[in-house]
Design a protein around this ligand. Structure first.
Ligand code: F3S
Length: 288
Protein backbone atom coordinates (compact mmCIF):
# COMPACT_ATOMS: atom_id res chain seq x y z
CA UNK A 1 0.00 0.00 0.00
CA UNK A 2 1.20 3.46 -0.80
CA UNK A 3 1.01 5.95 2.06
CA UNK A 4 1.02 9.74 2.19
CA UNK A 5 1.94 10.95 5.66
CA UNK A 6 1.07 14.56 6.49
CA UNK A 7 4.20 16.56 7.35
CA UNK A 8 2.25 18.51 9.95
CA UNK A 9 0.85 15.37 11.64
CA UNK A 10 1.26 15.25 15.40
CA UNK A 11 3.17 17.58 17.71
CA UNK A 12 3.52 21.20 16.69
CA UNK A 13 6.91 22.87 17.06
CA UNK A 14 6.21 24.22 20.56
CA UNK A 15 4.92 20.96 22.02
CA UNK A 16 7.72 18.92 20.46
CA UNK A 17 10.26 21.33 21.90
CA UNK A 18 8.71 21.04 25.39
CA UNK A 19 8.49 17.24 25.33
CA UNK A 20 12.09 17.01 24.06
CA UNK A 21 13.23 19.18 26.95
CA UNK A 22 11.69 16.78 29.45
CA UNK A 23 13.51 13.82 27.88
CA UNK A 24 16.75 15.83 27.89
CA UNK A 25 16.34 16.44 31.62
CA UNK A 26 15.74 12.72 32.18
CA UNK A 27 18.92 11.88 30.27
CA UNK A 28 20.95 14.46 32.15
CA UNK A 29 19.64 13.18 35.50
CA UNK A 30 20.54 9.60 34.56
CA UNK A 31 24.21 10.63 34.36
CA UNK A 32 24.26 12.14 37.84
CA UNK A 33 24.78 10.22 41.05
CA UNK A 34 22.55 12.40 43.27
CA UNK A 35 20.02 13.51 40.68
CA UNK A 36 17.13 15.61 41.99
CA UNK A 37 13.52 14.79 41.07
CA UNK A 38 11.98 16.21 37.88
CA UNK A 39 8.50 17.74 37.76
CA UNK A 40 6.33 19.29 35.08
CA UNK A 41 3.97 22.09 36.08
CA UNK A 42 0.77 20.45 34.80
CA UNK A 43 0.88 17.54 32.32
CA UNK A 44 3.40 18.38 29.60
CA UNK A 45 0.89 17.34 26.95
CA UNK A 46 -2.67 15.97 26.83
CA UNK A 47 -1.66 12.47 25.91
CA UNK A 48 -1.91 9.79 28.58
CA UNK A 49 0.67 7.51 26.91
CA UNK A 50 3.33 10.22 26.89
CA UNK A 51 2.56 11.27 30.46
CA UNK A 52 2.67 7.60 31.59
CA UNK A 53 5.96 7.04 29.82
CA UNK A 54 7.43 10.08 31.56
CA UNK A 55 6.05 8.90 34.90
CA UNK A 56 7.71 5.52 34.42
CA UNK A 57 10.98 7.42 34.02
CA UNK A 58 10.40 9.27 37.29
CA UNK A 59 8.86 12.53 36.08
CA UNK A 60 6.03 13.70 38.32
CA UNK A 61 3.22 16.09 37.43
CA UNK A 62 2.52 19.03 39.74
CA UNK A 63 -1.26 19.39 39.67
CA UNK A 64 -1.56 22.61 41.66
CA UNK A 65 0.29 25.58 43.03
CA UNK A 66 -0.02 24.02 46.50
CA UNK A 67 2.04 21.07 45.28
CA UNK A 68 4.67 23.49 44.03
CA UNK A 69 4.66 25.24 47.42
CA UNK A 70 5.41 21.93 49.13
CA UNK A 71 8.51 21.20 47.02
CA UNK A 72 11.92 21.43 48.62
CA UNK A 73 14.17 20.43 45.74
CA UNK A 74 14.22 19.38 42.11
CA UNK A 75 13.70 20.67 38.61
CA UNK A 76 10.38 22.12 37.47
CA UNK A 77 9.63 22.24 33.76
CA UNK A 78 7.14 24.82 32.49
CA UNK A 79 5.08 23.41 29.61
CA UNK A 80 4.49 25.03 26.20
CA UNK A 81 1.33 26.89 27.39
CA UNK A 82 3.47 29.00 29.73
CA UNK A 83 2.63 30.15 33.27
CA UNK A 84 1.95 33.49 35.00
CA UNK A 85 5.11 35.40 35.85
CA UNK A 86 4.59 34.93 39.59
CA UNK A 87 4.69 31.12 39.20
CA UNK A 88 7.98 31.29 37.34
CA UNK A 89 9.34 33.63 40.01
CA UNK A 90 8.11 31.34 42.76
CA UNK A 91 9.96 28.37 41.22
CA UNK A 92 13.15 30.41 41.10
CA UNK A 93 12.69 31.95 44.56
CA UNK A 94 12.30 28.52 46.10
CA UNK A 95 15.74 27.64 44.76
CA UNK A 96 14.34 24.98 42.41
CA UNK A 97 15.85 24.68 39.00
CA UNK A 98 13.43 26.07 36.40
CA UNK A 99 13.36 24.88 32.79
CA UNK A 100 11.15 27.20 30.80
CA UNK A 101 9.70 25.24 27.89
CA UNK A 102 7.08 27.91 27.11
CA UNK A 103 6.55 27.94 23.34
CA UNK A 104 8.47 30.92 21.89
CA UNK A 105 5.23 32.08 20.20
CA UNK A 106 3.52 32.22 23.61
CA UNK A 107 6.59 33.86 25.15
CA UNK A 108 6.28 36.61 22.56
CA UNK A 109 2.75 37.34 23.85
CA UNK A 110 4.06 37.50 27.44
CA UNK A 111 6.62 40.08 26.37
CA UNK A 112 4.06 42.21 24.50
CA UNK A 113 1.64 42.11 27.43
CA UNK A 114 4.31 42.98 30.00
CA UNK A 115 5.67 45.88 27.95
CA UNK A 116 2.33 47.36 26.88
CA UNK A 117 0.78 47.10 30.33
CA UNK A 118 3.88 48.79 31.78
CA UNK A 119 3.29 51.57 29.24
CA UNK A 120 -0.19 52.07 30.74
CA UNK A 121 -2.32 50.17 28.24
CA UNK A 122 -5.23 47.96 29.28
CA UNK A 123 -4.67 44.42 28.04
CA UNK A 124 -7.45 42.56 26.24
CA UNK A 125 -6.86 38.90 25.46
CA UNK A 126 -9.07 37.36 22.80
CA UNK A 127 -9.31 33.76 23.93
CA UNK A 128 -10.99 31.21 26.16
CA UNK A 129 -11.11 32.30 29.79
CA UNK A 130 -9.78 29.57 32.03
CA UNK A 131 -7.48 28.06 29.38
CA UNK A 132 -4.02 27.62 30.91
CA UNK A 133 -2.36 29.61 28.13
CA UNK A 134 -4.73 32.54 28.73
CA UNK A 135 -4.20 32.34 32.51
CA UNK A 136 -0.48 32.45 31.85
CA UNK A 137 -0.76 35.48 29.55
CA UNK A 138 -2.89 37.33 32.13
CA UNK A 139 -0.17 36.73 34.64
CA UNK A 140 2.35 38.81 32.66
CA UNK A 141 0.21 41.93 32.61
CA UNK A 142 1.05 44.50 35.27
CA UNK A 143 -2.60 45.62 35.34
CA UNK A 144 -5.77 43.44 35.42
CA UNK A 145 -6.34 42.02 31.92
CA UNK A 146 -9.70 41.28 30.30
CA UNK A 147 -10.48 38.08 28.42
CA UNK A 148 -12.99 38.24 25.59
CA UNK A 149 -14.27 35.19 23.81
CA UNK A 150 -17.61 36.05 22.21
CA UNK A 151 -19.38 38.78 20.26
CA UNK A 152 -21.62 39.47 23.28
CA UNK A 153 -18.60 40.00 25.52
CA UNK A 154 -16.98 42.32 22.96
CA UNK A 155 -20.15 44.38 22.69
CA UNK A 156 -20.53 44.56 26.48
CA UNK A 157 -16.89 45.62 27.00
CA UNK A 158 -16.42 49.33 27.53
CA UNK A 159 -13.08 50.98 28.23
CA UNK A 160 -12.76 54.10 30.35
CA UNK A 161 -12.61 57.51 28.71
CA UNK A 162 -9.23 57.96 26.94
CA UNK A 163 -8.04 54.47 27.88
CA UNK A 164 -5.57 52.84 25.46
CA UNK A 165 -6.04 49.14 24.73
CA UNK A 166 -3.60 46.47 23.61
CA UNK A 167 -5.32 43.46 22.06
CA UNK A 168 -3.60 40.07 21.76
CA UNK A 169 -4.98 36.61 21.08
CA UNK A 170 -4.61 33.11 22.41
CA UNK A 171 -2.38 31.23 19.92
CA UNK A 172 -5.04 28.66 19.02
CA UNK A 173 -7.97 31.08 18.64
CA UNK A 174 -9.94 31.05 15.39
CA UNK A 175 -8.66 33.78 13.06
CA UNK A 176 -12.04 34.84 11.63
CA UNK A 177 -13.55 35.16 15.07
CA UNK A 178 -10.55 37.20 16.22
CA UNK A 179 -11.00 39.59 13.26
CA UNK A 180 -14.70 39.91 13.99
CA UNK A 181 -14.10 40.85 17.64
CA UNK A 182 -11.32 43.31 16.77
CA UNK A 183 -13.63 44.97 14.24
CA UNK A 184 -16.22 45.56 16.95
CA UNK A 185 -13.60 47.54 18.91
CA UNK A 186 -12.45 49.41 15.82
CA UNK A 187 -15.96 50.41 14.80
CA UNK A 188 -16.55 51.83 18.26
CA UNK A 189 -13.49 54.02 17.81
CA UNK A 190 -11.51 52.64 20.76
CA UNK A 191 -7.83 53.53 20.90
CA UNK A 192 -6.35 50.08 20.23
CA UNK A 193 -3.13 48.47 19.13
CA UNK A 194 -3.62 44.93 17.86
CA UNK A 195 -1.09 42.10 17.85
CA UNK A 196 -2.32 39.09 15.94
CA UNK A 197 -0.61 36.39 17.95
CA UNK A 198 -2.49 33.41 16.48
CA UNK A 199 -0.19 30.52 15.64
CA UNK A 200 -0.92 28.85 12.32
CA UNK A 201 0.23 25.33 13.30
CA UNK A 202 -3.37 24.15 13.73
CA UNK A 203 -4.58 25.70 10.51
CA UNK A 204 -1.65 24.26 8.55
CA UNK A 205 -2.38 20.78 9.93
CA UNK A 206 -6.05 21.09 8.91
CA UNK A 207 -5.32 22.40 5.41
CA UNK A 208 -2.78 19.67 4.74
CA UNK A 209 -5.16 16.97 6.04
CA UNK A 210 -7.91 18.25 3.75
CA UNK A 211 -5.59 18.24 0.70
CA UNK A 212 -4.37 14.72 1.39
CA UNK A 213 -7.87 13.36 2.14
CA UNK A 214 -9.06 14.70 -1.21
CA UNK A 215 -6.36 12.67 -3.03
CA UNK A 216 -6.37 9.29 -1.27
CA UNK A 217 -8.66 6.24 -1.28
CA UNK A 218 -8.66 5.95 2.52
CA UNK A 219 -7.61 8.28 5.32
CA UNK A 220 -6.46 7.49 8.85
CA UNK A 221 -6.62 10.12 11.58
CA UNK A 222 -4.68 9.26 14.75
CA UNK A 223 -5.44 10.99 18.04
CA UNK A 224 -7.17 10.99 21.40
CA UNK A 225 -10.91 10.32 21.62
CA UNK A 226 -11.38 13.46 23.69
CA UNK A 227 -9.04 15.67 21.71
CA UNK A 228 -11.06 18.39 20.01
CA UNK A 229 -8.42 19.14 17.38
CA UNK A 230 -8.34 15.43 16.43
CA UNK A 231 -12.12 15.33 16.04
CA UNK A 232 -11.94 18.42 13.89
CA UNK A 233 -9.34 16.73 11.66
CA UNK A 234 -11.61 13.70 11.40
CA UNK A 235 -14.56 15.87 10.34
CA UNK A 236 -12.52 17.69 7.71
CA UNK A 237 -11.13 14.45 6.27
CA UNK A 238 -14.52 12.68 6.31
CA UNK A 239 -15.94 15.40 4.08
CA UNK A 240 -13.23 14.70 1.49
CA UNK A 241 -12.83 10.96 1.79
CA UNK A 242 -15.58 8.40 2.51
CA UNK A 243 -13.14 5.85 3.97
CA UNK A 244 -11.88 7.96 6.86
CA UNK A 245 -11.26 6.37 10.24
CA UNK A 246 -10.22 7.74 13.61
CA UNK A 247 -7.95 5.61 15.78
CA UNK A 248 -6.27 6.12 19.15
CA UNK A 249 -3.65 3.42 18.77
CA UNK A 250 -2.70 0.75 16.25
CA UNK A 251 -5.06 -1.71 18.03
CA UNK A 252 -8.07 0.28 16.83
CA UNK A 253 -7.10 -0.09 13.20
CA UNK A 254 -9.53 -2.47 11.51
CA UNK A 255 -9.66 -1.06 8.03
CA UNK A 256 -11.86 -2.98 5.70
CA UNK A 257 -10.96 -1.55 2.39
CA UNK A 258 -12.24 -2.28 -1.08
CA UNK A 259 -9.77 -4.11 -3.34
CA UNK A 260 -9.21 -1.04 -5.46
CA UNK A 261 -7.68 0.97 -2.62
CA UNK A 262 -4.07 1.81 -3.44
CA UNK A 263 -3.36 5.04 -1.63
CA UNK A 264 -3.81 5.73 2.10
CA UNK A 265 -3.34 9.10 3.80
CA UNK A 266 -2.34 9.54 7.44
CA UNK A 267 -2.55 12.54 9.72
CA UNK A 268 -2.60 12.96 13.50
CA UNK A 269 -3.85 15.34 16.17
CA UNK A 270 -1.58 17.77 18.00
CA UNK A 271 -0.89 15.47 20.97
CA UNK A 272 -0.03 12.31 19.03
CA UNK A 273 3.56 11.15 19.51
CA UNK A 274 5.73 10.51 16.47
CA UNK A 275 6.43 6.96 17.53
CA UNK A 276 2.74 6.07 17.24
CA UNK A 277 2.41 7.77 13.85
CA UNK A 278 5.38 5.79 12.55
CA UNK A 279 3.99 2.53 13.93
CA UNK A 280 0.71 3.06 12.08
CA UNK A 281 2.50 4.12 8.93
CA UNK A 282 4.75 1.05 8.87
CA UNK A 283 1.85 -1.26 9.64
CA UNK A 284 -0.25 0.10 6.78
CA UNK A 285 2.65 -0.08 4.29
CA UNK A 286 3.39 -3.70 5.11
CA UNK A 287 0.02 -5.21 5.96
CA UNK A 288 -2.36 -3.75 3.44
FE1 F3S B 1 2.21 24.85 19.17
FE2 F3S B 1 3.43 26.97 20.01
FE3 F3S B 1 1.73 27.13 18.07
S1 F3S B 1 2.72 25.31 21.26
S2 F3S B 1 0.23 25.56 18.47
S3 F3S B 1 3.65 26.07 18.01
S4 F3S B 1 1.95 28.52 19.73
Amino acid sequence: MEVILAKSAGFCFGVKRAVDQVYEQIEAAAKETDAKPIYTYGPIIHNEFVVQDLESRGVRVLESEAELDALMEGTVIIRSHGVPKRIQEKIERKGLSCIDATCPFVKRIHRIVEKESAAGKRIVIIGNAGHPEVEGIMGWSLTPADVIESTEEAVRFSPKEGEKLCVVSQTTFNYNKFQELVEIFQKRGYDISVANTICNATEERQTEAKDIAAKVDAMIVIGGKHSSNTRKLYEICSRECAHTCLIQTLDDLHLELPEAVRLVGITAGASTPNKLIEEVQNYVRINF
